[in-house]
Ligand binder design. Sequence first.
Ligand code: FAD
Length: 339
Amino acid sequence: MNVQENYSLKNHNTFGVEVSAKYFAQAGNFDELKNALEFAKARDLKTLFLGGGSNVLFTENFDGLVIQLNLKGISEKILNENQVLVTAKAGENWHEFVQYCLRKNYGGLENLSLIPGNVGTSPMQNIGAYGTEIKDTFVNCTVLSLETLQTEVFDAEKCDFGYRDSIFKKEGKGKYVILEVSFKLTTNNHVIKTEYGAIKTELEKMGIENPGIQDVSEAVIHIRQSKLPDPKVTGNAGSFFKNPTIPLEQFEKLKMKFPDIPGYPNGNAVKVPAGWLIEQCGWKGKQIGNVASHELQALVIVNKTGLASGKEIYDFSSLIIGSVKERFGIELEREVNII
Ligand SMILES: Cc1cc2nc3c(=O)[nH]c(=O)nc-3n(C[C@H](O)[C@H](O)[C@H](O)COP(=O)(O)OP(=O)(O)OC[C@H]3O[C@@H](n4cnc5c(N)ncnc54)[C@H](O)[C@@H]3O)c2cc1C
């Protein structure tokens, strides 16, 4: 294991923020991971695990050891004539893993095409898009407890998945490293989900009447490419905020004042699109210094000039939170992990 000192993380976070780690190591296998943890323990260093760096905002240099997990490998086990269990190691790139499954005609992950990041991070916030979340196909994940250094298997119940949420962002925060994740996918009789978002319209544009999983994936890729900024071109971490869920009563009061407010009821609560709230406050496309809200999707904050510091991006997000709170009385929560 090679530990580098005062290592630049600019290429390891999709915001492209220039920060450094006191120490940086890549773990390509379990032994290297254990060695890295021992290195940190011996020097009493705090540790941070990093996948693709597409859901983090570094607001300062990291005064500890950053460990990038590069564990690779995919294995499969046929469960019955219609289902397969597919297990991928943490360091597999998420989109490449989805494409691998599609090539094998394994269905269930196609709506999650083109989400940046790694497989090992996918349970962290129960990644989701276009009407699908990983919890829909998730079976379990193997984790390493940082307290006991023993591996444990967490099923979906133990992961306590919620909307962009899991145990790993709550009481399990900083306590576990996810080593591999298993999904139960279909091998035939695929369930095609085209109801959400613009998938149907996109498939029509593509001239496809009876879509298969590959078609859905292609439609999702087209939509995402047309709407979301490519982090390789403009630094960003996707949606910066979660869509807030508010009590029905509060939503009804807001509806009287703002008749156009969109909302998706769920029992006694209503989910409100954060992008709409931000846009109404005049933030869409607005730039302050090096930071801006994306001109096509207000929910995405971008490092517009490529020169923004993490602190600048964080302060920009605080201004948005303040505006939305003042106008609508709703407190937006950041989806991105602030480091
Ligand atoms: C353009 C763009 C679009 C996006 N679209 C979506 C979307 O549609 N849906 C969605 O849900 N997300 C989306 N995201 C957010 C992001 O892609 C996901 O959250 C992804 O799962 C992050 O993976 P990562 O490997 O890059 O995580 P990182 O940013 O490397 O890490 C995120 C957090 O997880 C921790 N971590 C990383 N690996 C491990 C591990 N193995 N074990 C324990 N902790 C770990 C890190 O310490 C950090 O706190 C988008 C991001 C971008 C840039």
